[in-house]
Design a protein around this ligand. Structure first.
Ligand code: FAD
Length: 476
């Protein structure tokens, strides 16, 4: 009897335990992807996600064809579609890689229940390095702070990656498949995807190419370069990991292997990179143990927080029109490319929640809609962390000063010039805070505050005091 492999956020052949297991049996395999935008509680994907998913599924279809298989596409409630396909092909087994969000797990359980009895349902660990239920504190609880989590997991070496199957047997008859185009995942009018398309190559092969180039050119200096937003110093693996086009196990071991053969790659660089991969795991750990991570304050005291609700202020932040160049550059990078540098994500996140006092859920939702890597665990966990409502509560230390951050990490303003071109001709000493420039300097650079570029939407010093007062009011 055939085996159905239900693919989700694991759109790859390499190190795909569910697929490898199915291939190893020699039995016919039906790879299946279900677009579920109907199940209550399952969060619909955002606009940038849809664009990425289209191309990722197109790439996966081709790589499956290369090993003799056809991807079956279906749209609808997964708890209905998946058992229906399993039954229609007379499959004896359903295999998939585990997911960790509450709604997704509930669907998986419903599918398993529907097939109970005559179909073997098996789930594998593929997309995070450490299973959340296996990492426990000394008292048996879960971790709420990253450093002890890291200490715990760094004692265990993640398993080795599994090579991709060379070929798959297919059943005599395949179930009907939707066409990818019929899902209309790509934007049409207006088509905003041009900037994204020129920034990204999508799919498993592209992810591997990008990672090899990162190891060759940037891994050795990753720890020094990763905070400098103007340079391409990080791996940009986040969307590939988000969609599972590349496995974290592959990244982990490839980075170590690369360092072993190249002595210019310092151990600190590798260690920093590995710690970032573990931040991702930590987010999943939190999500697994605190299901409503994306909707409810982890720290319930924040339920009383006096958030502001001015839509025009939110809109200015979304559009990159706050008058703070580093914030605006970040928000425009996000809009144009579907990605934002990590340091800038922290700056814009702090600006929204502290300077503008807008609820972190508004920021999270905007990121979810516009990021190609918008991730069910990392996005929520990082927004709560930056807002101060998260598991690791040190809100007072996380009011980022957008001017000093900009001066420190984008010293000559190259990043600002790239994404806020109307400030291009300002000298570096004032580009971080144009309102401090002499009238003649602004004039020479063709900048008219309030006309060619916004005047600052808030005064950071005053906004900081207001934020501290608001935070004190919920600290009890
Ligand atoms: P690299 O520096 O090359 O790091 C390698 C990998 O480690 C990343 O691809 C990512 O998977 C992981 N990683 C790195 N930093 C973090 C982190 N702080 N938390 C979790 N994982 C991390 N990351 C997402 O993948 N999806 C999100 O939706 C997301 N939302 C965020 C929202 C906010 C407010 C903030 C402050 C951060 C968010 N991050 C998110 C984390 C981080 O900004 C991105 O993972 C990183 O910028 C991706 O770039 P990279 O792949 O070049 O990272």
């Amino acid at each position: 009897r055939p085996i159905v492999v239900w693919l989700r956020d694991d759109l790859r052949l390499d190190d795909n335990p569910a697929l490898a297991e199915a291939a190893g049996t020699g039995r016919p395999v039906v790879p299946l992807y279900v677009l579920d935008d109907e199940t209550d509680g399952v969060r619909g994907i955002g606009g940038a996600h849809r664009w990425w998913l289209h191309h990722s599924l197109a790439a996966l279809t081709q790589s499956l064809k290369g090993i003799g298989a056809d991807l079956v596409l279906r749209r609808g409630k997964a708890a209905v579609e998946v058992p229906a396909i399993v039954r229609s092909v007379g499959a004896g087994a359903l295999l998939f890689n585990r997911r960790y969000d509450e709604a997704g797990r509930a669907v998986d359980q419903a599918v398993a229940d529907a097939l109970e009895g005559d179909v073997a349902v098996r789930a594998f660990t593929a997309n995070i390095l450490h299973r959340p239920e296996r990492v426990t504190t000394k008292t048996g609880g879960y971790y709420k702070v990253y450093t002890p989590f890291w200490k715990n997991v760094s004692e265990t070496e993640p398993r080795n990656p599994i090579d991709p199957p060379r070929s798959l047997a297919i059943p005599d008859e395949l179930p009907r498949s939707d066409t990818l185009d019929s899902w209309q995942l790509r934007p049409t009018q207006p088509d905003w995807s041009g900037g994204l398309a020129s920034f990204w190559e999508i799919g498993e092969a592209a992810a591997h190419r990008r990672f090899t180039a990162f190891c060759d050119e940037r891994l050795g200096t990753y720890d020094d370069g990763r905070d400098r937003m103007a340079i391409d110093a990080t791996s940009r693996m986040s969307p590939h990991l988000r969609w599972g086009e590349i496995s974290p196990y592959r990244l982990w071991h490839a980075a170590i292997a690369r360092a072993a053969e190249d002595e210019t790659i310092r151990p600190e660089a590798i260690q920093t990179f590995r710690k970032e991969l573990v931040w991702r795991d930590f987010s999943y750990h939190l999500l697994y143990h605190f299901g409503p991570l994306g909707t409810e304050n982890f720290n319930a005291r924040f339920d009383q927080f006096p958030w502001e609700t001015d839509r025009s202020v939110l809109r200015a932040w979304q559009k990159g029109m706050t008058g703070y160049p580093i914030v605006d550059a970040g928000m425009r990078q996000l809009w144009q490319t579907g990605w934002m540098h990590n340091r800038v994500r922290m700056i814009v996140g702090s600006f929204l929640t502290k300077d503008l006092l807008i609820d972190w859920r508004e920021g999270e939702a905007w990121f979810w809609d516009t990021l190609v890597d918008g991730d069910v665990a990392s996005n929520n966990a990082q927004w709560q962390w930056i807002a101060g409502s998260g598991a690791d509560a040190q809100p007072f230390f996380r009011i980022f000063n957008p001017i000093t951050q900009s001066e420190k990490f984008d010293p000559d303003g190259a990043y600002i010039r790239q994404y806020v071109p109307e400030l291009n001709d300002l000298p570096a000493r004032v580009i971080h805070a144009p309102w401090t420039a002499a009238a003649s300097t602004l004039h020479e650079a063709g900048v008219v505050l309030g006309k060619t570029y916004p005047a600052p939407i808030v005064d950071h010093g005053k906004a900081r005091d207001r934020a501290l007062a608001a935070y004190r009011s919920v600290q009890g």
